[in-house]
Design a binder for this molecule. Structure first.
Ligand code: UDP
Length: 510
């Protein structure tokens, strides 16, 4: 609780007036010095899929665990502004600051063949000097550095400043298990067996990872990915955006040192689901349209912040939606050939599309039943609306969790990164989604198969069972992050460690 509440109202009003004229960073410094709050720093690597959960983690540490936090954002988007981020994330707390590190430019060193992971690693590497200078310039240095899993290279900065090192895995525990287990596999025998002979990877205590599901960077033996796995293992703690009811087997294996467990060095803390809460200010035309639709009647279709389809696939999806005769909201992007992650690091900018890549007459024919939204939609707000009855998703982990916390069953359509693993978690491990066997990594899924999947989730008996399962998981998710829940308690342990660390540091420095 802010110390403001301890002083009489009229003095408080004066203080607030005086205080509001200060710059944000100076405010946070003043507050830290005068309240003795423990201060931590977080680093978000580029991409909305990382930024959104890191912002939520910062908010959670501040609002539930009495910590003050500064979030450093690595970006290549020079147009991204701090005020934009504060608005989108709904941050209003005096104990939480967001600092955009100077935009990095790696354009001269990348071409069409440079994968997302490599680009991300390059950007984080470029941002390290600014991160170092920013921390050095702080009068009260943070006790811990919490980086998302693609920014583990920043651990060198934490070591220089003798800070605790935590990693925040913004995806699921199964992917974490693969990542930390990967570097231990025998390079000659195990990896070859999987990559060349297409046998499943057996991670001790976890579901095996089938060849068809495996993360493509594992299959390519990407050095950056294996380095990440090794660096994660050096953390003082690993926070993962999951919870026990969602991944009981994998989380047990991650805790057990006879299986994948890295404790006591790097204990795993399931702290999820952390998802962006609904912002009333984002209520607009789409939400008003939803208000007029019957309960659980609308399918939401989106491929995340960066997913794209080919021209042929876009046309088939349009026909599939139309032929299914179900209501829908479709967030569309202009088609891109042979690159399903084409817009991952691109700003979504202004919606100036002409939508001329959709089948002729599609918009007219579907205007009663469907809404087409170019590029970006207020997803959390849409998924929480009672009219939503299903989500056709690329299975980015944030989207998956947002669906679960709103009790919305999914159709999984993985595109890139670890999404095939996410799809398997959702459809097979926990049964909150349906998938089509036709969704092979290459090739086009036809309109009939798409209409059949939609029918299955929105109308058929099978869909009802999936809906019941996801609703049950929704209540487990709410419990996990509520005061006293397993995820709440796991984050409380991390916060406590930081507090004890701060006391020790203060005792040393007198
Ligand atoms: N998102 C959104 N509107 C959109 C597309 C995406 O608000 O039109 C948000 C979505 O709610 C999620 C994030 O962007 O929080 C995407 O993260 P995810 O992990 O699902 O996928 P990624 O974009 O990283 O592949």
């Amino acid at each position: 609780m802010s110390f403001f509440f301890l002083v009489p109202v009229y003095i408080r009003a004066k203080l607030e007036l005086w205080f509001s004229s200060w710059s944000f960073s100076f405010k946070i410094l003043w507050v830290i010095m005068h309240t003795g709050k423990v201060h931590v720093a977080l680093v978000a690597s580029p991409g909305m899929g990382h930024l959104i959960p890191v912002l939520e983690l910062g908010k959670r540490l501040v609002s539930h665990h009495g910590i003050s936090a500064t979030i450093f954002v690595v970006t290549m988007d020079a147009s991204l502004s701090r005020s934009q981020l504060l608005k989108v994330s709904g941050i209003t707390d005096d104990f939480l600051d967001v600092v955009l590190l100077p935009a990095v430019d790696i354009s001269a060193r990348v071409d069409k063949t440079t994968g997302i992971l490599r680009q991300m690693a390059m950007m984080v590497h470029e941002a390290l000097p600014s991160l170092r200078s920013a921390i050095l310039a702080m009068e009260v240095q943070p006790i811990a550095l919490i980086v998302d899993m693609f920014a583990t290279e920043a651990f060198v900065v934490a070591e220089e400043f003798m800070m605790f090192k935590y990693v925040f895995v913004t995806t699921n525990a199964w992917f974490l298990a693969l990542t930390v287990h990967g570097p231990n596999l025998d390079k000659e025998v195990d990896q070859d067996d999987h990559i060349n002979n297409q046998k499943p990877i057996h991670i001790p205590g976890c579901e095996p990872v089938r060849f068809v599901d495996c993360y493509e960077q594992f299959l390519r033996r990407n050095k950056v990915y294996f380095r990440m796995g090794t660096e994660i293992s050096t953390a003082d703690g690993i926070l993962v955006n999951s919870f026990y009811d969602l991944e009981p087997l994998t989380l047990a294996a991650l805790h057990d040192t006879r299986k994948v467990g890295l404790a006591p060095k790097a204990p795993v803390y399931p702290i999820g689901p952390l998802v962006r809460p609904v912002e009333l200010s984002l209520r607009g035309e789409v939400l008003r349209w939803l208000d007029m639709q019957p309960k659980e009647s609308v399918l939401y279709v989106s491929f995340g912040s960066g997913g794209t389809l080919s021209a042929k696939q876009t046309i088939e999806l349009a026909w599939g939606l139309e032929n299914s005769q179900q209501r829908f909201i479709w967030v569309v992007r202009p088609p891109v050939e042979n690159d399903s992650a084409a817009t991952v690091f691109k700003s979504n900018g202004v919606n100036n599309d002409f939508l001329d890549y959709l089948p002729e007459g599609f918009l007219n024919r579907t205007c009663k039943n469907g809404l087409v939204v170019p590029k970006w939609a207020p997803q959390t707000e849409i998924l929480s609306h009672p009219s939503i009855g299903g989500f056709l998703s690329h299975c980015g982990w944030n989207s998956s969790l947002e669906s679960i916390v709103n009790g919305v069953p999914m159709i999984v359509w993985p595109l890139y990164a670890e999404q095939k693993m996410n799809a398997t978690v959702l459809a097979e491990h926990i049964g909150v989604a349906t998938r089509s066997k036709l969704l092979a990594p290459k090739g086009v899924v036809g309109r009939d198969a798409i209409a059949a999947m939609i029918q299955k989730i929105m109308v058929d008996k099978e869909g009802e069972a999936i809906r019941a399962k996801v609703k049950m998981l929704k209540s487990c998710a709410v419990k996990a992050v509520s005061n006293g829940g397993s995820s709440y308690n796991a984050l409380a342990i991390v916060a406590e460690e930081c507090k004890i660390g701060m006391q020790r540091r203060n005792a040393k420095t007198g």
